[in-house]
Ligand binder design. Structure first.
Ligand SMILES: Cc1ncc(COP(=O)(O)O)c(C=O)c1O
Length: 397
């Protein structure tokens, strides 16, 4: 159908040209003054060998301590082989939304696998974790409802909560007393949102206690396991698995792009919730499904987690974590001001290590930090060296 619109010249509309209040260059220089300017830097692997953490960073060879490839799976031959085979069989693209052109068997197999591992009835996958949050949270709650969110929750959870139109209440990080207070004064369907491993601090949420509260107050819980899957739990399924609490969580969310070495996001829940998401999650409905290779690599990663090799990789990663007395591979080194964090990151760069400075608005003002991430792909020697370099930096040597 072709509709021709009447030309505005013929209509009585008068057009007001909005006044431009600031130019991009002004905003950019404001960001620079505040130490918040970011830019893209070119990176390439030095070696195509599985497990190598050596990278070429704008012509300089560095050891990468910035990725979320916690088990080194992104270069694992089993994932690469699965992605190649899927590309050969299905092509490079899914070509449309799954509701429009049909839903590939690979996605169904992946979702069945996720549901089984999460001990839920069903699961739905998305292009990435961000799209999972943006699609699911506004589909689960709306303007007559309440979201109660941990203050340090990831940006995608905050953005999705805002988009939902629900009344948004924030509790101080891991503060159960305040959480209960907010639960006492809520309206409508109430969704508590938190993470199992906090992405910028590497600490854990008090999951058992949060579940007690949500059950006592008849609320729902969405747990983002983005940085716990592959790392925690006997089978690498995250904190909920480690504590035997999977069946008491309404919505288990995660990403396939960190420890699982692929890309994508998922939400696991009861069948009726998943059916609702298929009908309401806009980032699922109005978006081309991820490439088949992505689903195939994710399936291979889930399979690998349960093998002896998966267990060995987790053991190695945890040994690295113990070197830093940390329960997780995310090690924050709090510096304070943005510029100081950038200087520290630059100093590490000059010593041969890529460790990013994380600044406001990713973390609260005045808590700029180095965020060091460990991987099973790091050698003991690399871990020992970075530990020494960080210790020297902290003691001002
Ligand atoms: C806690 C948390 N949730 C969700 C996401 C988004 O996942 P993805 O990178 O797959 O979009 C991230 C990514 O940084 C994260 O740290």
């Amino acid at each position: 159908m072709i509709i021709l619109l009447a030309s505005s010249r013929d209509s009585a509309l008068s057009i007001t040209i909005p006044q431009i209040v600031s130019k991009p260059s002004t905003e950019l220089s404001d960001l620079e003054t505040a130490g918040q300017l970011r830019s893209l830097r070119k990176l390439a692997p030095v070696s195509s060998k599985p497990g190598s953490m050596r990278i070429d960073w704008e012509g300089r060879e560095l050891i990468n301590f910035s990725s979320n490839d916690y088990l080194g799976l992104s270069r694992h031959p089993a994932l690469i082989e699965a992605a190649i085979r899927a590309t050969e069989k299905y092509g490079t693209s899914s070509t449309a939304s799954r509701l429009v052109c049909g839903s590939l068997d690979l996605f169904h197999e992946l979702e069945k696998t996720i549901a089984r591992k999460k001990k839920t009835e069903a699961a739905l996958t998305f292009a990435n974790g961000y799209a999972t949050a943006m699609g699911t949270i506004p589909a689960l709650v709306g303007k007559d409802d309440t979201i109660i969110l941990d203050k340090l929750a990831h940006a995608c959870l905050i953005d999705a909560a805002r988009l939902s139109g629900a009344t948004l209440r924030v509790f101080p990080h891991n503060d159960l007393r305040k959480l209960e207070k907010l639960l006492n004064s809520r309206k409508g369907r109430t969704l508590i949102i938190t993470e199992s491993v906090f992405s910028m601090d590497g600490d854990l949420c008090p999951l058992a206690e949060i579940i007690e509260l949500k059950e006592k107050h008849d609320a729902l819980l969405l747990l983002d396991e983005a940085h716990a899957v592959g790392i925690l739990g006997e089978k690498g399924q995250g904190l909920a698995e480690e504590l035997g609490l999977q069946e008491r969580i309404d919505f288990q969310m995660g990403t396939l792009g960190k420890a699982l070495g692929s890309a994508g996001g998922y939400l696991a829940a009861k069948r009726e919730w998943i059916d609702l998401l298929i009908n309401k999650a806009r980032s699922f409905i109005y978006s081309t499904a991820p490439p088949p290779a992505q689903a195939a690599a994710s399936l291979a990663a889930f399979q690998l987690l349960e093998t002896g090799e998966g267990t060995d990789l987790r053991r190695k990663l945890h040994a690295h974590c113990r070197t830093f007395d940390s329960p997780t591979p995310i090690i924050p080194v709090i510096i304070g001001e943005n510029d100081a964090a950038l200087t520290a990151s630059q100093a590490l760069l000059e010593s041969g290590f890529l460790v990013p400075a994380i600044r406001y608005p990713t973390v609260p003002r005045g808590t700029a930090r180095l965020r060091l991430t460990l991987s099973a792909a790091h050698s003991e020697e690399q871990i020992a060296t970075i530990r020494e370099v960080i210790a020297d930096l902290s003691s001002g040597k």
